[in-house]
Design a protein around this ligand. Structure first.
Ligand code: KG4
Ligand code: ZN
Length: 393
């Protein structure tokens, strides 16, 4: 089958066209087209993502991304079919809140009849609701014109699948598996008994670790998004063996459970820099001190969780999995000599941060489940706080 997948949960507008041969998790995937627009420039001046601006940017770029992915795919448009009765008013109703998009979608449909897409997968949560709705309404409009079902996808399940996507297949992971998901909005440990069965066994009580990276970066005057900047400075500090700038706490390290907290760490950084002008060397040292503290907690808690649940696989996913120090720590800490043999899965760095390939893979997983995708289309809603746990029942 050929899937169109759409991701608009935060500040990336991404669309992919993926051919799946076989059933999940044994299918072979071919990425026919992949288009991604990052809104970083629009958010940079505010130092973070503003939902209303994210929504506006998604509305402006989603159709160009679809056109780009389609052209790259080499698929040919079916001749435009005459519109079903009421199609125009239906598209205008579906895209009521995305002003300007309805006429553009209708014009697009005149040149692009369905080129062979069987289903549309779209992120329905978690994320920023105004941003999620753009993807969902757009998916419904295209699905209505092309007469295909829409499958809602959990963004975090997408991150898990991105991490196990190897050589165009889903790696044959051993269960139970444990996933550490680290992004701008999430820090959670997920126990997986099998595909589609997720239990949250630990989570942050306040800030997500990616949010802490971004806030600390801001405190030391680095541009948004700060995560990669912190990583870059920290690596320089290690290469130059700079002495510690300050001693930072590792919150909840010995809390006895699998929860996290990062707001105290961020506050400690704030106190350490307040009223001071840091030299470049001090910024590097502080970035390294912060990264050491944050990654230290992530690694220690993951180890405890692996032991507690006798996990045979460990999956690192989410935007912060692009962090080199975390990747290296996870890869060595879980070597067979320190624990029983745990297979570690890291996403390809191109799939660490938000993308739509992972949404297509998660959509395919959904379709493999007992529910027919037809039942989804009408009821799909954005759910900003959607939790992977829901799938456990
Ligand atoms: O998964 P993602 O792309 O978007 C969300 O779903 O939130 O994650 C974005 C987060 C941001 O906080 C960003 O700073 C962080 O991932 N991030 C990094 C790195 N690359 C992205 N954090 C640390 N080191 C990196 N190299
Ligand atoms: Zn994400």
């Amino acid at each position: 089958m050929i899937l169109l997948s759409i991701e608009t949960s935060c500040d990336e507008t991404a669309i992919s066209i993926i051919k799946a041969e076989g059933d999940f998790p044994n299918a072979t995937y071919t990425i026919l087209g992949n288009a991604l627009f990052s809104q970083i420039d629009a958010h940079k001046e505010f130092g973070g993502v503003f939902p209303a601006i994210a929504k506006r940017e998604h509305i402006a770029t989603i159709l160009p991304m679809l056109e780009k992915a389609l052209l790259e795919s080499g698929l040919s448009p079916a001749p435009a079919q005459s519109l079903f009765p009421d199609a125009e008013s239906e598209i205008h109703t579906l895209l009521y809140r995305e002003e300007d998009l309805a006429p553009k979608v209708l014009a697009f449909n005149q040149t692009w009849g369905n080129p062979g897409i069987d289903a549309i997968a779209v992120t329905s949560g978690p994320g920023l609701e105004p941003a999620l709705w753009v993807g969902i309404n757009f998916a419904k409009a295209i699905a209505s014109l092309w007469q295909v079902p829409v499958v809602p996808v959990d963004h975090m399940e997408g991150h898990i699948l991105a991490s196990v996507f190897k050589d165009n297949t889903i790696a044959a992971i051993q269960f139970p598996a444990l996933a550490l998901l680290v992004s701008g909005g999430h820090t959670e440990l997920i126990l997986m008994e099998k595909w589609g069965h997720y239990t949250k066994v630990g989570q942050t009580r306040d800030d997500a670790v990616g949010e802490a990276f971004d806030k600390v970066a801001r405190l030391i005057g680095l541009p948004y998004p700060g995560g990669p900047e912190i990583g870059r400075l920290a690596a320089q500090a290690r290469a130059e063996e700079l002495p510690p700038y300050t001693k930072l706490p590792q919150p909840m390290l010995h809390s006895g459970d699998l929860d996290f907290s990062f707001s105290g760490l961020k506050t400690a950084v704030r106190y350490a820099v307040e009223g001071k002008t840091l030299t470049d060397g001090e910024k590097m040292a502080l970035a390294r001190d912060f990264e050491d503290a944050a990654v230290g907690v992530l690694v220690t808690k993951s180890m405890s969780a692996i032991k507690k649940y006798d996990a045979l696989s460990f999956i690192l996913g989410g935007g912060v999995s692009a962090n080199h120090f975390l990747r290296a720590a996870v890869a060595t800490f879980y070597a067979p000599e320190t624990l029983h043999s745990v297979e570690v899965y890291l996403p390809d760095t191109s799939l660490s941060t938000d993308n739509s390939i992972m949404i297509g893979l998660a959509g395919h997983a959904r379709i493999a489940e007992s529910l027919s995708p037809e039942v989804f289309t009408a009821t799909i809603k954005a759910d900003g706080n959607r939790s992977l746990d829901v799938e456990a029942d």
